[in-house]
Unconditional design. Structure first.
Lengths: 624, 624
């Protein structure tokens, strides 16, 4: 099957993206709905299946084999070595014929004997293409970003152009091109029929050796910092008609369950294809199924905590001390509604949760202008739709599972028959110091951090900010905020395991409530007995050294445990409760216009305070 | 207490090296026997202890406070900002006086307003030193490798020289100097009294942004690629008399138990101090206690496997099929001795082990020319000495615990009354195909990988080779071999967790036996029913493509499951058994002179074969 005969909307994945044996990988790719695969040679070498058996297994699974890869270091200034390399290639052509694939990826050489002279190099590539053509095969030549002499697509195209053979064309790889800052618009000058193959990968912007960057840190499109739509558009416009195929080398995905990775990968391609289809009239994509555009979000509707008999009262006490009132009880389920302003918390004593005494964020609900459409989009982007009985609501609330297992509900709180109608509800008078929900922070398993960012971006249409890193007392923490229309989620992940030696303070989640007066809110909360964290005097002495704050303000912040951050754009005042029964604590924050963070510089101080509270409760945990 | 009044052999550690709160860190540093600490400011800011209380806690723990750090971005082309920075410094001077420390680390500026003009910069540094001196304090100025204008020690020395103030001196940091490839010999031109402080860190050679390299990948001396002895010698020769103080930013140590990290750190300094004392007549070090030199090693004495009723017979069957004979039984313990040539395996049915049906390497024993001296050195380098009843032997065998918990015995097998005398032993005739033990591979917990390399290097005097990386089917595996006098250990570690989704094949250990004829050994082993792994035909087709091996040889290797690797220096033939009851498998290897690896390129093929065997036993584990 010839990729050029297929519609460009076909979706593929290189087996190197997935963990496991070749058999594991093919099963995972097929289950996720991919149309084709690139067979990565080391996967084949370790497989007991003969190439003919692999061909049959792929056909039985609905997978085409779009590419065999990679063939390395073909060209050589040493004629004997070049002859040996051609002989090696003949072996691989035989394998390809048994596999039933017609295209092999040939990388630009990295060996010391690589050919620098473009005419000699073109002649050697032509000799290879000539041999391939005799078997009905063709060569897709790729410039590795670290190739000795050929390291840009402009150079590899020059070799292909001079080689001038119908079986010799280009493989374009978004990583190799974008990592070097090349302009993909130049692809428009290449005839479409010479674009034999296209490999797609995203990556974070890193200042490091490009080989190491490529081998460890590639990501699926939409997870990193590259503009993949701007890359793909000229490639399709130039006339590329082969599959959109992922090639991602990533330390996490190399060791994760390939069935899960393959779904994540599929979501990335569906979202990328949609973005390009929306931005340009690319003929190849107009027929592709495009999911409905994400309806606008309009803030947090509610956050649901799973509680039990021990943790429920503790959370309820804390909410009450923060000025919340219990305004309703679910008509049929053991779920209480607590409200203040538009901040709403559900305490669900009937939800499954991690263990006795524990509290965890079970669900977050966002206001959508069109909840059914939000749900339809989520389904189109491979989000697991949750059964209706998982959530607390009986109204027609659609929910999907986020990568960390949190349920995400799409709501219209103000709609007739909305979710509030499920509650026997007695709204209280306004006038509290808390006006709504500022953000929810969800600690992610490290393996699902990039998947989560893509999930919120693709499924909910949110905007991920760049990833930052916090040098926290118990290990580094990555932090990436996603925002949209008043919804703000802080996704965090611990590198390695983060302080398992200091249990009880790892990976907390929190709900942050908005106030316009953090000092007044802290004063009221303390007066009402809320378990507010005390913050060390050393912290306030340093605030004074850095900002020279007005002495009365500094004194009051210190007395109340209110922390302070400032950027050129604005300031942030915030305080936190202790961890309330396992994983969750509460925050109250005052954000000035322009301040876009969530007090990250203060996180280490807050974490150390959480550990102290924990040690006060369980002194046996102390080190030393 | 003034560092310059102390002998140079004092050992210190920056609190940033350790995980936890300041209280955790001080306790860990004191327990490991450090003389002093550098207080890292963020640790102080998060502590509820006032500076005076921290001073008392350190004094009570026997720790001096040698440095307060860091003070960033002092100098500025903006006069108002410089004035604000001086004001900020006065705040910190007050903190230092309460702490009772007299030296503050000032880093070269990285801000856009940093001063480029050396005379202006020197004047600003002098102004700071003048203020410090009024409080009896002094400034140790350090060139960050990524400082805007000052990024080498030669430049920072020029600033200090022009600043010309008694309270202004240098802080030298081995990372900042060696990461840029600067020659430390230039330090000899700096007056010793101007060397106010010395920070020590090692690192692997990485091609990446030096800031990220520094913040994530520093190591303790002896764990990385830097030549720390060659750095330290000129610093001491120049007249530095302050502490040898560690400053290591490392992702693993940031999140590991600080009590363990502090011992690892102490071992690194003891070994470094010893190396310098042995290589040069540095007056400051001649009085330092130096551990006894490591006695020469002379091969593997035995490897002990912990087995149970299920796994014991399975291992015994495999050994028998490989040509081993059961030659002895321990006089008092349920331990069998199996021998072939000088290869010896103890099967210990009485040792604690991980679980039913499991096998694990419980101990490795090395031939030492002076076992008691080996043990004395180990004790001097903080290795945990194991109680005598932990091992299988009753002879006077000294054993220490390696970082992964494996017992390491020091033996002289040929000595009168050696460990063999503990066995009722009937040696068999020679003539088997296996002549001895080639190597033992020990999968390390990722967190202890660098610690283990330093342990074998410092405690046993072994030579670590550079770390390599294997793209294994279930995740990346780091591999570092340590060798000495016929002892070869392959230390491996999985990045992240490596394929927990595919249980049963993660983190295996193996014993590799040496043969001079791998084909004959494989033939005999298969004939005797050894559970030898089958290797896919695709692997042999690729061998043919790459090496054009003689057809009969290729055919026989394929029939026998013998794998093949070749380097310019030599070749390697090897085969492996299936995993025998949990964690351990056996290998037989034929190594030509000059081949220094252990068949790493074949590891992925072997791992995939192990997974297949596992799935054949438990088909429910298959993906898909």
């Amino acid at each position: 099957m010839h990729p050029a005969d297929e519609p460009a909307a076909r979706l593929g994945i290189a087996t190197v993206c997935l963990s496991g044996t070749l058999e594991d990988k093919l099963a995972a790719a097929a289950a996720a709905g991919f149309d084709g695969v690139e067979i990565f040679e080391p996967d084949l070498l370790a497989s007991p299946l003969s190439p003919a058996e692999i061909r049959r297994r792929c056909a039985d699974s609905g997978l085409s084999i779009d590419l065999y890869q990679p063939f390395r270091d073909l060209d050589s200034v040493d004629a004997d070595r070049f002859a040996a390399n051609l002989r090696r290639a003949e072996h691989k052509f035989a394998v390809m014929q048994q596999l039933g694939t017609d295209t092999v990826l040939v990388c630009s050489a990295v060996a010391p004997d690589a050919v620098a002279d473009l005419d000699l190099l073109a002649a050697q590539m032509r000799a290879l293409a000539e041999r391939a053509a005799r078997h009905g095969l063709r060569i897709a030549y790729e410039a590795l970003a670290w190739g000795t002499h050929i390291n840009t697509y402009e150079r590899s195209w020059e070799v292909v152009r001079r080689g001038d053979h119908p079986a010799l064309g280009l493989c374009l790889d978004s990583f190799h091109i974008l990592s070097r800052g090349s302009d993909p618009a130049g692809v428009l000058g290449i005839p479409g029929e010479k674009l034999f193959f296209l490999q797609l990968a995203d990556a974070p912007r890193l200042r490091m050796d490009v080989l190491q960057w490529s081998r460890h840190h590639r990501l699926f499109p939409g997870q990193g910092a590259f503009d993949l739509p701007a890359f793909l558009e000229p490639v399709l416009t130039a006339g590329y008609t082969g599959p959109l195929s992922l090639e991602v080398f990533n330390d996490v995905y190399r060791q994760s369950d390939p069935r899960r990775t393959a779904v994540d990968a599929m979501r990335s391609l569906l979202a990328l294809r949609e973005q390009v289809a929306r931005r340009a009239a690319v003929p190849a994509l107009t027929t592709a199924a495009v999911p409905p555009a994400p309806p606008a979000l309009a803030g947090h509707a509610f956050t649901e905590l799973a509680v039990d008999d021990t943790s429920g009262p503790r959370i309820a006490d804390a909410l009450r001390a923060l000025g919340f009132a219990r305004t309703g009880r679910h008509r049929t389920k053991p779920v209480d509604l607590w409200e203040q302003g538009t901040a709403r918390v559900l305490l669900n004593a009937g939800a499954p949760h991690p263990g006795a005494g524990n509290v965890a964020v079970a669900a977050l609900a966002v206001e959508s202008t069109d909840p059914p459409l939000s749900a339809a989009r989520a389904a189109a982007l491979c989000a697991p739709i949750l059964p209706r009985d998982r959530g607390p609501a009986e109204a027609d609330l659609a929910a999907v599972a986020a990568p960390d297992g949190t349920s995400v509900f799409f709501c219209r709180t103000d709609a007739t028959g909305g979710w509030l109608a499920d509650f026997d509800r007695t709204p209280t008078a306004d006038g509290g110091l808390i006006s709504g929900t500022d953000h929810v922070a969800l600690a992610q398993p490290y393996d699902h951090f990039d998947e989560a960012a893509l999930f919120y971006r693709a499924v909910l249409g949110m905007d991920p900010e760049p990833t930052s890193e916090i040098a926290a007392p118990f290990g580094l923490v990555r932090d990436r905020t996603v925002t949209s229309g008043g919804v703000r989620l802080a996704l965090t992940a611990s590198l390695l395991r983060r302080g398992e030696w200091a249990p009880g303070v790892s990976d907390p989640q929190h709900i942050a409530f908005a106030t316009s007066d953090a000092l007044a809110a802290a004063r009221a909360a303390r007066a009402a007995g809320a378990p507010i964290l005390d913050i060390p005097g050393n912290y306030y002495e340093d605030l004074d050294a850095r900002y020279g704050l007005e002495p009365d303000l500094l004194h009051e912040m210190r007395a109340l445990g209110v922390m302070y951050d400032r950027t050129p754009a604005g300031e942030y005042r915030h305080f936190a409760t202790e961890v309330l029964g396992g994983r969750v604590f509460l925050q109250v924050v005052q954000r000035s216009p322009g301040y876009e963070g969530h007090g990250e510089p203060d996180s280490p101080v807050r974490m150390a305070a959480h550990r102290r509270r924990r040690l006060e409760r369980s002194p046996a945990l102390a080190a030393g």
